[in-house]
Design a protein around this ligand. Sequence first.
Ligand SMILES: [Zn+2]
Length: 540
Amino acid sequence: MKGAHSLTTPSRSALACLPLGAGRDREGLCLQVRLGSHRVLLDCGLPALDDLPPDTPPAAWAICSHAHSEHARGFLALHRRYPDLPIYTSEPTSALLSLNWPEEQPAPFWQTLAWRSPRPLAPDLHVQLFPAGHLPGAAAILLAHRTPQRTYTLLYTGDFLLANARLVEGLSLESLRGLAPDVLIVSGRYGTARHPRRRQLEKQLLAQIEEALIRNRSVLLPVPPLGIGQEILMLLRSHHQFTGRELEIWVAGQVAAACDRYLELLPHLPAAAQNFARHQPLFWDDRVLPRVQRLAAEQGALPQRFPCLLVTDSGAAWRACRGRGRWLLLRPEEFEPAEEWPDWDDDLAALPQETYLLPDQSDGRNTAQLIHNIRPQHAVFVRGSAANLADLTSLEELQSRYQLHSPAVGTLVELPVGDRFIQPETPPAPSMVGEIEETDSRISILLPPTLSASLHWSQFADTGLVEARWQGDELVLRGLSQRELLRQSRTAACRSERDCCNTCRYYQGQRCSNPASPLYGFKVTPEGYCPAFAGVGSGE
Ligand SMILES: [Zn+2]
């Protein structure tokens, strides 16, 4: 173990949690939780098991919350190392899990649990699964340990989504309301960020695709194998804006394999999706428009009509299509295919690109809502960046009611339970006082330099440009990211096709060389635009 505590360090409290992977960046999620003398492993998203002992398993049972690789990819290695360790998961996850090991296609080495029905692991330890939204099969896991004095309870949400998606219903707060477990371990992926409503985000994504098609560009949608790709396909198949449209949608790689698995899951999908499937195929369809087909370059199954859409995680599939027509790269925010997948080379950087937001996890507001409904004594945040988790643990509305934690890998968190809530001694989130300087030409707001000590600073100050807007009497400042600047510049380019980076005399080697431009020094796309545009012919 890299951290201060080992798997066998005894804990003082009846309940404790030791993250072996806290789900930050690409480390994957894996938690050892302790209830009395029992040890349970929740998820195994570790890329390698280097830190686990060769023959003593880290727990007596392991439970997989859902099939996403950051939660599940380590289970095969775990099973091989400790063949006697029982592994449990939900029925729908059972159909998806082996997608994590496409080369090996192992026979099921796990056991399934039915939704909501408690199952004894030991005479004094029970497990119960609740649907968590997010992905078909994704489960919130409730563990209950009975002792002569009291019953200790721990709920782990895994990744969760309250909103209904196309292919999975949202987590039902009703089913968990007032559960009041001693401990809630919850995903804090998006920190305190707030997202627009899901329907609105879907509409926005469709508008981006529409806009590209109008401009005669095919759209490459690189997505992880499981979840978001199937959601987008279902959206395109069922939304009135695209139904009946002469358009080819191609799907390749593990995304296509996952579509096949979804077909096995039909009885577990939402009623609307089941109803849809009674009238036409869920995905594969060369009859009803828009057509959805499986791309297979070696069999000649390749796009015929352009512009088209390609939804895939496969670099080979993209290479088979890229020479044909003009393309737009449309990717989820926070997801860089060239960084995530070694199979994708950086020719993607030369494509014009846009991002979209179609979150598969709840935002800060819904996370707080979930916590208030469940009313735990301790809330342990995992699965987010250090900055996002720090935001959640410093939220006054949570701090005043619950004991909050966001442990790093290898840090054992003791979770002592009392009969009543003990106010934790966490300092409130700092605010600071500044000064306003107003002259005829500008207004400056001066703040103390300690501001830059925040984990958020580098992101806020990334480009040196901020956006300010009024929220009632309050002025809210937001740092502008490089991506946003590029996007803004592209929007401006739509207004004037001729005034763009390509025709600007400061466009050199795909970069902007105009010190007066907000894009100065950045790599820009030829159709980019900024207010400092200077035509090739214009002099100074
Ligand atoms: Zn997930």
